[in-house]
Every structure is written in C-alpha cells, then in structure tokens.
Design a protein. Structure first.
Length: 389
C-alpha cells in the first residue's frame, strides 16, 4: 500500500462549515436548521444570513421553489440533432469522393446546413481518413469562377439578340447621355483611354457604377457577366476591377475640372443651377493607415483630431446638386479651393447670375497666428514695426 501525506482534517471540516459557493451555503444552512435542530437565528448567523433572509430561504425550500442542489446525470446516448440527421448523407457523399467542404456545401443546398468542421468530426468518428490531395479534373463538377471576355470596343456588335439583365434601369438615362453628348465631354476633358476602351466608353463604365449605386470597384465583379451593363457602356464586356482601379489613378484633378466645366456648360441653358447660392463644406474622412504624409483634421462626429483625408464639396443650394468635389487638399489649401470654385462657377454660369452668388460656409475656420517657440528670442524691433489692430 502506497504511503501518502495524510489529509488535513481541518481543511476537510472547513469545506462543510465554510461553504465556498452560494448553493452549498444554502444547503448547509438548511441542513443545520432542519436536521441538526439548530435555531434559525444561530443557523443564519453561522452561515452569513440575516434572520429575515434565512426565513425567506426556509419558506422557499418548504414550497419547492429552490432549484436542485445536486446535478443529476441523465443516462443514455448523447446525440447532436444536426449531425445525426445528416449522418447518412455525409457518409454517402464521402463514398462518392467528396471533400468536407464539398459535403458542407451540398448539405447547405439540401436545407441541412453543417459546417466543414462538424462534417470532419462525423467522418473521423466513423473511421474515414482524410482525402489525399486531388487534381482539378478529379474533383466533382461544381459551379466555380468563369473566364469572361476582355472588354474591347472593336469586338462590340449590335446584332439582334435577347438577354436578361439586372441593370435595366440604366437604360432610362440613355436619352440624357445622348442629349449631353458624353463622347464630346470625355474628349474635351482629355480623359485617358486606349484603343480597346476609349475615353467615352470608360466614362460610361464609371458612370454606370455610380448610377447603379455600386459603392466599390471590387463590387463590379458580380456584374461583369451582365450583358446589359456592357451594352450600356458600348462594349462587348464590362471592364474588370483591375482596369477601373488603374483608370481611377490616371485621372488628375485637371481632368475632373475640365469635365465639370463641360458638364456645367451643357446644363447652363436648362436652369438646373440657380446660380444664386452655393453651399461649401470641408469634410474629413478618417484614415486608419500608416501614411506619413496624411495630416490630422478635426472630426466633428468624434469630437477630436486624427489622421484623415480632407475633402471639399460645393453644392447648389436650390437644386441640391453637387457642382464640385476635391479629395486632394491640404490644410493650407482651403482658401485656394474656395477661390477656385468661385472662378470655376462664375465662368460657367450665366453672366447675370454670377454677380449675385452667395457662398454659405459652415466649416471654415480662421487661420491661427503662428505661435512663437519657447526657444525663439523675442524681437522688440519687429514688434514695434507690426501694425496695430
């Protein structure tokens, strides 16, 4: 018989006299009162209850309102309903050489969603070994990524055909595109282009994303196979994400200014812009990267200054149409941006409306005078030459 250290009887007795958990404390207090015959005041004081709280505890115990003090084990086979229901399908699909991911995808299509981890556990419990690495031709035929045509205006054909599109609402803007002559706008703005995707076609591709509320360039990949989107652009296929990303980096602020000037000139005769009041706003977009050249600006929503991109917007107050935008600004360029908009809009709008322009600015702040550093010496002569306010 092995010799071991004797139990400490003091510690064992303390386990019952000084319970560590609330449920054990209730049990020991009730046992002392009902079995050992200790008075309620003594039992309450011994186990840390007030007299009233202990009477309430006894009342709930007599009426069976207290939960069970001891956990009761429920014998029987323990099953997981989702795994048990899909067991036969999992085994049948594995015998057809399906991987755990393919089995999980097939079960989801059958209305029995089960994760790949759960499928792997069922197969391991049933003695199935993992599948060896397979070639693409050895895998079951399932729907996957497809290779779409490359956008090329020289391959565009207006042959009679029928197709289904998800962007049919874009064709409501065709009359406006013809009336505004977007081809001439793209050429006058000197937008970049190529032989495969000319400037006007690239402009319509970017415009289609905005009109259909596609927020990011990457989201166009879900619609590259849509024939209606390609027909709206005048191409055989919609340009992909790589082209749109490269194209956006090739457009300069001068191209945007020329495009806005041409667009405003064509809308001048339609009285879309009242030309009497313009709303100007400097808006800071938070930047969470680590670029050393990004300045810190005040964010009104967060009530603090942090690295952000300063944007400038100009909006016609009557029609609520945005006339100008710029996201390539620095702090020192705020005043220059305002005068640039004044020169741009006054030269485009009607001559009768230009002298009556009123600019409403909400976020403009006065430039603070430069503070003298602590190590900079005070120059009395320059202070006397400074004009008085």
């Amino acid at each position: 018989m092995a010799i071991r250290a004797p139990y400490d009887l003091t510690e064992c007795r303390r386990f019952f006299v000084q319970p560590a958990t609330p449920r054990q404390r209730q049990y020991e207090a009730l046992r002392a009162y009902f079995v050992d015959g200790i008075g309620s005041d003594v039992a309450a004081r011994r186990f840390g209850y007030s007299a009233g709280a202990f009477r309430v505890l006894c009342h709930e115990f007599r009426h069976g309102k207290l939960p069970d003090f001891f956990a009761v084990a429920r014998p029987g086979r323990r099953e997981q309903p989702k795994k048990s229901r899909a067991y036969e399908q999992i085994v049948a699909l594995r015998k057809r050489n399906y991987s755990v991911y393919e089995i999980s995808r097939a079960l989801t299509e059958q209305g029995m969603p089960l994760s790949a981890t759960a499928v792997r556990e069922v197969l391991a419990a049933d003695g199935f070994a993992p599948l060896p690495r397979r070639l693409d031709e050895e895998r079951p035929a399932i729907a996957g990524p497809s290779t779409e045509a490359i956008a090329n205006v020289r391959s565009f054909r207006l042959t009679p055909r029928e197709f289904t599109t998800r962007v049919g609402g874009l064709f409501l803007f065709l009359a406006d595109l013809v009336r505004l002559n977007t081809d001439t706008l793209a050429l006058s703005a000197r937008l970049p282009g190529s032989r495969m995707i000319p400037p006007a076609h690239a402009l319509r591709a970017a415009l289609a994303l905005k009109l259909w509320a596609i927020e990011r360039k990457s989201h166009v990949m879900a619609l590259v196979a849509d024939d209606g989107l390609a027909l709206f652009c005048g191409l055989n296929a919609m340009p992909k994400q790589s082209f749109l990303s490269e194209y956006s980096s090739r457009i300069t602020p001068h191209n945007v200014s020329r495009l806005l000037a041409g667009w405003h000139a064509r809308l001048a005769a339609e009285a879309l812009f009242g030309g009497e009041s313009i709303n100007l706003d400097f808006h800071s977009v938070p930047y969470f990267g680590e670029h050393p050249l990004v300045e810190s600006h005040y964010l009104s929503k967060r009530s603090r200054r942090q690295p952000s991109i300063l944007t400038f917007l100009a909006q016609d107050a009557d029609s609520q149409v945005f006339c100008y935008s710029n996201a390539d600004l620095r702090k020192r360029g705020e005043a220059a941006a305002i005068f640039h908009v004044i020169a741009l809009e006054a030269s485009v709008w009607r001559a009768a409306a230009a002298p009556r322009l009123r600019f409403q600015t909400d976020d403009l702040r006065r430039a603070r005078p430069a503070r003298r550093r602590r190590d900079q010496l005070y120059d009395a002569a320059s202070a006397l030459e400074r004009p008085a306010r």
